[in-house]
Design a protein around this ligand. Structure first.
Ligand code: CA
Length: 373
């Protein structure tokens, strides 16, 4: 029902936007005619979107479905997108290569899964102690981030688009208490991206596993701890059945951007109006998923605590301080390894420094003023 309402609202919005566009075009008939000719000359295409998520997984998989539906509907069927879950066409971690090679036209996942291809990619998903969801969107879309992301993916024949944000994640599920920095030593934990590098520096053993393998790995004892996303998604995987302690905050993923990747040749073969539709559909999903997470995480947290009696605990300040210091080192070292990484880091870091001054007297000040109850 919710999805249908959303599309109906979008439909009426599209009519209004169309009317406005029509009046603008009436002042520029030749441009309108050229656009219309390009649109009618374009033969409808069928695109495949592969994803790193289990099919229809709440939030992650369903936002990929929404992206496919929006592109199909907004284009009037000129692009018909079919969405595939992990392993249906390619394995979860095969998404990048499949889209890069043009085996399929689109993918949905997160940039930190591709650190083996490009270490810099990690800056476009999440940086430990980095930008929050709102700040990340601000950097990407109004602070130069998207241009750097495009440059990073160009050698792979990919167009990147921000297509979802989880907001602040949870630190994860642990089978042992974390009372001091020493408790991280030897901890075998699923934690991807830069957060994993930081855990390694703290003496832990990070592993990268797709979501679909977390529950059995944790339950069998193959790993001691795992992070996934937050209450909404962690409840769906039943992680509370495999670990006792649920720690916060998600220091390693303060506002993770999910990505849509499009094969560049396929994208450039589209007329301009369809390229705009693909880009704008991703922007809609980018915002919609964050709203969904905020709405669903608090419901799911209540269920975890009240029905499943999960022990929700803060990481000790001493542990966070140590992780913060190590994060600064790890991120700066990765930046120093290539010229492009350094430019991305400089842009990200400068934006972070700047936005902290504003966030301190806006979001942080307001949250403090609102109080905790
Ligand atoms: Ca995560």
């Amino acid at each position: 029902m919710r999805r249908r309402r959303f599309l109906q609202q979008l439909g009426s919005g599209a009519v209004i936007a169309g009317a406005a566009l029509g009046s603008a075009c009436s002042r520029n008939d030749s441009a309108a005619a050229a656009g219309s000719a390009a649109a009618t000359a374009f033969k409808p295409v069928k695109w495949k979107m592969v994803t790193t998520w289990p099919k229809n997984f709440p939030g992650l998989g369903t936002s990929a479905n929404l992206l496919g539906e929006l592109i199909t509907r907004m284009s009037g069927g000129r692009i018909q997108v079919k969405v595939y879950g992990a392993k249906e066409l390619v394995p979860a971690f095969g998404v990048f290569d499949a889209v890069s090679r043009g085996t399929v036209q689109m993918g949905h996942g997160a940039a930190y899964y591709w650190k083996g291809k490009s270490e810099e990619a990690q800056f476009f998903s999440a940086v430990p102690f980095g930008l929050t969801a709102d700040e990340m969107d601000a950097w990407l879309h109004h602070g130069g981030g998207m241009e750097l992301w495009e440059e990073t993916y160009r050698p792979f024949g990919l167009v990147p688009l921000a297509a979802g944000n989880t907001g602040v994640q949870m630190a994860g599920w642990f089978n042992r208490e974390i009372n001091s920095v020493d408790d991280l030593k030897g901890l075998k934990m699923r934690i991807p991206g830069l957060g994993g590098e930081v855990l390694k520096r703290a003496g832990g053993l990070p592993v990268s596993l797709p979501g679909g393998e977390l529950f059995t790995s944790l339950q069998s004892g193959a790993i001691d701890a795992t992070e996934w996303v937050g209450p909404y998604n962690d409840l769906a995987f039943g992680l509370y059945k495999a670990a006792k302690y649920y720690y916060y905050p998600g220091w390693h993923e303060p506002g993770t951007t999910l990505e849509c990747i499009v094969n560049r040749k396929a994208f450039e073969a589209l007329p301009e109006d369809l390229q705009a539709i693909v880009r704008q559909a991703a922007r809609v999903v980018n915002q919609d998923l964050l709203s969904e997470y905020i709405a669903r995480n608090n419901e799911a947290l209540k269920t975890l605590v009240e029905e499943h009696h999960v022990a929700v605990r803060p990481l000790p300040e001493e542990v966070l301080q140590r992780l913060r210091k190590l994060s600064d080192e790890v991120v700066a070292e990765i930046a120093a390894r290539s010229q492009r990484a350094q430019r991305i880091y400089d842009s990200y870091h400068a934006f972070r420094q700047q936005v902290i001054a504003w966030s301190n007297i806006s979001e942080r000040a307001y949250l403090n003023a609102r109080g905790s109850g």
